[in-house]
Design a binder for this molecule. Sequence first.
Ligand code: FES
Length: 193
Amino acid sequence: MLSPFERMRFMATSNQPGVAALDRRRGFLTKTIALAVGAVAYLAPAAAGIRAFLNPLRQKGSAGRSFRLASLGELDAVPRKFAIVADRVDAWNRFPNEPVGAVYLRRREDGQVEAHQVVCPHAGCSVQFDAAEGRFLCPCHLASYDISGKRLGETSPAPRDMDRLEVEIRDQDQVWVQFANFRTGTPEKIPEA
Ligand code: FES
C-alpha cells in the first residue's frame, strides 16, 4: 500500500514519457512551420525574379507597329506575300532585321488594298495562296479561304476568316500595314501582346 506522497511521485514519474513525447511533437511542429514560412519568404521574390527574367521571351516586339511593305504599283488583284522584318528580341539577345511574320497584300478592283495575316486562325500554320484555284489553302488541316480571306466550306476547321490587317497609304503610293498577331483557335479575333 502506497502512501499519498509515494502515489503522487509514482504518477509524476509514470507520466514523464508522455510529456517528453508531447514536447518532441511540439518542437517538430514549430520547426516545420518555421521552415514553411522561410520557404515562402524565399520563393516569392525568387519566382518574381524568374518571371521578370523570362518576360522578354514573351515580347513580340513587332506587334502593333506599322511597316512599309510595298508601293501601289507593285500590287495587283493576285495576293502577294511580304515578309515583316524587324528586330527580334529574346531574353538575352537582340537579332536585328529578322523576319518576324508575313502578310498577304492585294489590290482589289475598286483600288483598295487588302492585307491579311499569313497565319491560319485554326492552329497557326502558314496559309498558302493557290493561284490556280484562286484561293488560300492551309496545308496543315486543309482550311481554305477565298481571295478576300473568307472561310470556305461548311466544315472548315478554321474558327474564323483570315485575319485582316489595317492598311494605310502614305506619300500617295506607299503601302503601310499595321502588323499584329492574333490568338488561334477562337472564333473572335483577339490580338496578342
Ligand atoms: Fe490551318 Fe489547321 S492550322 S487548317
